[in-house]
Design a protein around this ligand. Structure first.
Ligand code: NAD
Length: 258
């Protein structure tokens, strides 16, 4: 909208702050998504094939936590760099067409529509659990699933069973909406604090300087990110080293070192 000149007011991209998406998206989503899936199913994750669509911030956190629970995690991606990171982090990476055949639990975390569609449902195992923790209920194509169902029923809260004509049953959690918000309690406040602090500081910035801003998208400053991270460390009781004047000089002197 900014590029198209459609914004009616300045916007600060809080989501893209390092102190937001490397923590809230990774650790908040990673933990609360598993919480939602478990509350809605009581599934044992150990030994299950857990398919994560998207290896961005949310997908990375989810994959890390699912592996920690003993799941055999498979990643699907469309971006070569993200896919390569997943490979080198030790995950199996494949197309959703292949993952659909072997997955026990699926969770989309892409921000994209139609990540799981009709032909994927056609090849899923009986009892497959399908969920989303990304953008919204369009990541899983629910009309495709509904059109294949001969019967549907709510088996427990946020868990709808779709019986298909070939006697398989697929479980859709939270109607494809964000499973961590619908079936659990969202992120712990201990990680949302940084996201909310970024929002608050951005509002302060707008109050102080907003009159001079254009109707475009502004980033969080790296200074704000660093200050916030330092404050968070202090609340955790963690101290870190600081560079000495000699080290600062060394870092900025190209003739020093190798
Ligand atoms: N559940 C929550 O509480 C929560 C929290 C934060 C963000 N989100 C949402 O989660 C989504 C992802 O956020 P993020 O920070 O991880 O974004 P991101 O951009 O870091 O990662 C998204 C990844 O999905 C990949 N992708 C896109 N289309 C794909 C497809 N068709 N198949 C497989 N992979 C695909 C991209 O290549 C990218 O690597 C966003 O929609 C965001 O709004 C949810």
């Amino acid at each position: 909208m900014g590029e198209a000149g459609e914004l009616r007011y300045p916007v600060i991209a809080v989501n893209d702050a390092t102190t937001k998406w490397d923590f809230d998206n990774v650790h908040g989503t990673g933990q609360s998504t598993l919480d939602g899936i478990i509350r809605a199913t009581s599934v044992l994750l150990a030994g299950k094939v857990f398919v994560v669509a998207g290896y961005g911030h949310c997908g990375r956190g989810l994959a890390m936590r699912a592996r920690g629970m003993g799941a055999n995690v498979v990643i699907t991606e469309i971006d070569p760099i993200a896919a390569l990171k997943a490979v080198m982090d030790g995950f199996r990476v494949m197309k959703m067409d292949e993952a659909a055949k072997i997955g026990d639990v699926f969770c989309t975390a892409t921000g994209m529509k139609d990540v799981i569609i009709g032909r994927h449902f056609d090849s899923m195992k009986d009892g497959a659990i399908v969920s989303n923790t990304g953008h919204y209920d369009c990541e899983i194509n629910i009309p495709d699933l509904e059109s294949r169902a001969t019967n549907t029923y709510i088996i427990r809260d946020n868990n709808e069973a779709f019986e298909l004509s070939d006697d398989r049953t697929i479980h859709l959690l939270a109607r494809g909406r964000l499973v961590n918000l619908a079936a659990a309690e969202g992120h712990p406040s201990e990680v949302m604090d940084m996201s909310f602090a970024n929002q608050f500081l951005s509002l302060c910035r707008l109050a102080a300087e907003g009159e001079q801003y254009e109707n475009i998208v502004y980033d969080i400053s790296s200074t704000q990110d660093s200050e916030l991270a330092a404050l968070k460390l202090a609340t955790e009781g963690v101290s870190i080293d600081t560079l000495t004047p000699e080290q600062i000089a060394y870092a900025s002197d190209y003739s020093a070192g190798t």
